[in-house]
Design a binder for this molecule. Structure first.
Ligand code: NAP
Length: 308
């Protein structure tokens, strides 16, 4: 009898978890025919699922990736799943400022529109350095996207109303920025939190600067997602995380929903600069809404990318 109770309780718990995972789907069915979407890191995880969903809605989808083979494979998959031939890849390494400048130049030459830029690519907590000697987390997650967005802003303005969506993480709240040491690279988890906090300030300042110019900006926490971010760690850690992710993390399809929501929903435009989770605006800790810090980070980022 006890065994039956235990099995029943375990099954109920499992179904409850599954239900929680599936709760928040973007219900907006707006089409994106004629629109161009650029997704960094669109070859994997949340970015790939976002690419499929937006290609299904008729958008021209360009995934910006650092690895040619992975990108080609992803384009084949996105085309097959979305039944769209309007999917392509371009090469960029966000850990290298020269690569970002070359990518942007080619993009502006080739593409006449940019309606939605999704700053999705991201590195977890690895204590590595970029080619320009920035901490890998801060360099890729924040500075790389900072430079990319700035270089593509002319096209975003020409295509207005346009949107910039940047993936952040609710872990932002565990750290504050240290302007004496923006390149902080000590405790892996903290380097990640700081880079994701920078994504939030970046979004706020971008929204403020673009007020009245037809470009809106959103920071998205996708939830905790069963993507490929563990591939940067040891086999044992990956194994452990696989079990934890299976139990508690949502699928990449669910993780992409808030990004899709911010890309298509009409009502988000009144919340430019906002932080979104579960397909709706979410609360930020007070320190993460400090407009003075956002401006200071923008100016510091400008100086850093200028010299790189
Ligand atoms: N998974 C979560 O639980 C979670 C939670 C909160 C926020 N996020 C955020 O969601 C975003 C997407 O991550 P994910 O979970 O989908 O992870 P993922 O599956 O590991 O995807 C990350 C993508 O970023 C790309 N990337 C990494 N470094 C790059 C570089 N230097 N240049 C160009 N592309 C680069 C990767 O390319 P390669 O395939 O070549 O490595 C990959 O395509 C990230 O910004 C992450 O911080 C994730």
């Amino acid at each position: 009898m006890y065994l039956l109770y235990t099995i029943f309780a375990a099954l109920s718990f499992f179904l409850l978890l599954k239900w929680i995972k599936r709760r928040k789907y973007c219900m907006d069915v707006k089409r994106l025919d004629g629109k161009t979407v650029l997704i960094t890191g669109g070859n994997s995880g949340i970015g790939k699922e976002t690419a499929v969903a937006l290609a299904l809605r008729g958008a021209r989808v360009i995934i910006a990736c650092r690895n040619e083979d992975k990108a080609r494979k992803a384009v084949r998959e996105i085309k097959a799943r979305s039944h769209s031939m309007n999917v392509l890849h371009m090469e960029v390494d966000l850990a290298n400022m020269r690569s970002i400048r070359e990518f942007s130049k080619t993009f502006l030459e080739k593409e006449k529109r940019l309606d939605i830029l999704i700053n999705n690519a991201g590195m977890p907590s690895v204590l590595d350095w970029t080619d320009d000697n920035f901490s890998m987390c801060f360099g890729v997650n924040h500075l790389g996207h900072f430079l990319l967005t700035n270089l593509l802003l002319p096209r975003l303005k020409e295509s207005s109303p346009s949107r910039v969506i940047t993936l952040t993480c609710s872990n932002y709240k565990y750290q504050k920025l240290d302007f004496q040491d923006l390149n902080y690279n000590l405790f892996p988890f903290f380097t990640y939190c700081r880079s994701k906090l920078a994504n939030i300030y970046f979004t706020q300042e971008l929204a403020r600067m673009m007020e009245g110019k037809g470009v809106t900006a959103y920071a998205v926490h996708p939830g905790y997602v069963q993507s490929n971010w563990t591939c940067h760690f040891s086999f044992l850690f990956q194994l452990l995380m696989k079990v934890i992710m299976f139990m508690f993390f949502v699928s990449c399809e669910v993780g992409a929903q808030t990004v899709i929501h911010c890309a298509v929903a009409d009502d988000v435009v009144t919340d430019s600069g906002g932080y979104f989770s579960d397909c709706r605006p979410a609360k930020l800790q007070a320190f993460a809404k400090d407009a003075g810090v956002a401006k200071k980070l923008w100016e510091a980022s400008e100086r850093l990318v200028k010299h790189a």
